[in-house]
Design a protein around this ligand. Structure first.
Ligand SMILES: NC(=O)c1ccc[n+]([C@@H]2O[C@H](COP(=O)([O-])OP(=O)(O)OC[C@H]3O[C@@H](n4cnc5c(N)ncnc54)[C@H](O)[C@@H]3O)[C@@H](O)[C@H]2O)c1
Length: 344
């Protein structure tokens, strides 16, 4: 087991990678814990949950709504949860985002911790303190940044994850490798069979490396005013596809990464060999999907992106495997590039 600690002003968050999730009871207060999960996770693992009331959400992005948060808050109140209460999320990114948001606003904030049950939640969604819900067609429009006390990332819980969900998480792992960890990229490149087999030791190594990188970034820039923006590699175009086509987050980000790699090559930041290596790795895991939104659709979505400021956007470029920078570019430049490279 590897413990990675993220320190931000006022908070310490321990990410326990390779820990058995059933040990979570040892981290909870004696009473006043409430568990938030989704129906799928409850069906498979509910019998092993710690002794506490369980609130279960419908699985999927549709549960990331303010109405759901309000409903959960009412149920916390009915269950007598006060300021000494503890919210334990057991689930993927959706459950962690909703439960983390609720815990951060309920009675102006109560304690919370997560058991991250998807690869995406382990490598990305559960770490860093961002949480929130969607508003109309804009993702994560309402939310806060607040670190959970702990996150457990147990590779064993990933064995029941549907293949597409597993691959979706792998895309975020590849993202971390491209922007910040060349060694991680090389391990992924050379471990195809073990990754497919969900090898427990390998997953512990990969998740720990990814969490360490994200933890370093978040510790330096929790509020995303600088460095943290690099975590959005592939997200400008990716979020647009995710919303428009309703595909899984990781697949959308993977497509966004293909375009961002092409854009970086076009700008002369990476060689053709580096670009090919990045895109080939995504293709090997069948992650890159077609990019066939019309220019108008892309324009609408990019203009609603909350990362846009005025007519500019912070776009993340790669400068080689393990390196990335953020540049403020006109939205029009991103759209011009999109028109040039999209599938027609
Ligand atoms: N807060 C952040 O920093 C951050 C970062 C990245 C992504 N996100 C958010 O995360 C969300 C996506 O998360 P996700 O991909 O984990 O999706 P998810 O939470 O919807 O889970 C995917 C599916 O897997 C099922 N599932 C979960 N654990 C399982 C298990 N162990 N075995 C079997 N089935 C299981 C769920 O019921 C669901 O159907 C998006 O809303 C995205 O915006 C947040």
């Amino acid at each position: 087991m590897e413990k990675i600690t993220i320190n931000t002003p006022g908070y310490t968050s321990d990410i326990l990678v390779g820990e058995k999730w059933e040990t979570v009871s040892e981290l909870l207060p004696q009473e006043d814990t409430i568990i938030i999960t989704d129906h799928n996770v409850k069906k498979i693992y509910g019998g092993l949950f710690p002794e506490a009331p369980v609130l279960s959400l419908a699985p999927g992005e549709g549960s990331k709504k303010i109405e759901i948060v309000e409903d959960l808050a009412r149920q916390l109140l009915d269950a007598g949860i006060d300021r000494a209460g503890f919210v334990l999320a057991i689930g993927g990114g959706v459950v962690c985002d909703v439960a983390g948001f609720l815990a951060s606003i309920y009675m102006r904030g109560i304690r919370c911790g997560y058991v991250a049950s998807t690869l995406l939640a382990q490598v990305d969604a559960s770490t860093g303190g961002k949480n929130g819900v969607n508003l109309r067609d804009t993702k994560n429009m309402l939310g806060t940044i607040r670190q959970p006390e702990f996150v457990i990332c147990d590779p064993a819980i990933l064995l029941t994850l549907p293949e597409q969900e597993y691959l979706s998480g792998l895309a975020e792992l590849i993202k971390t490798a491209i922007i910040g960890d060349k060694e991680l990229f090389e391990i992924i490149e050379s471990s195809f069979d073990k990754i497919e087999a969900r090898d427990s030791d390998l997953l512990t190594t990969l998740v720990a490396k990814s969490v360490k990188f994200k933890g370093m970034v978040v510790s330096r820039d929790e509020k995303e005013i600088g460095l943290r923006r690099i975590l959005n590699f592939g997200h400008t175009f990716g979020h647009a596809v995710e919303l428009q086509k309703g595909i899984k987050h990781g697949f959308a980000v993977a497509s966004g990464m293909v375009l961002a790699a092409e854009f970086s090559f076009e700008k002369g930041y990476i060689s053709i060999e580096e670009k090919t290596r990045m895109i080939d790795l995504l293709k090997r895991f069948k992650l890159a999907t077609r990019f066939d939104l019309t220019d108008e659709q892309m324009k609408d979505l990019v203009f609603h992106d909350k990362k846009k400021t005025g007519t500019d956007i912070h776009f993340v470029f790669t400068h080689g495997i393990g390196k990335a920078t953020v540049e403020k570019i006109p939205v029009d430049e991103a759209l011009f590039f999109y028109n040039k490279f999209r599938d027609k």
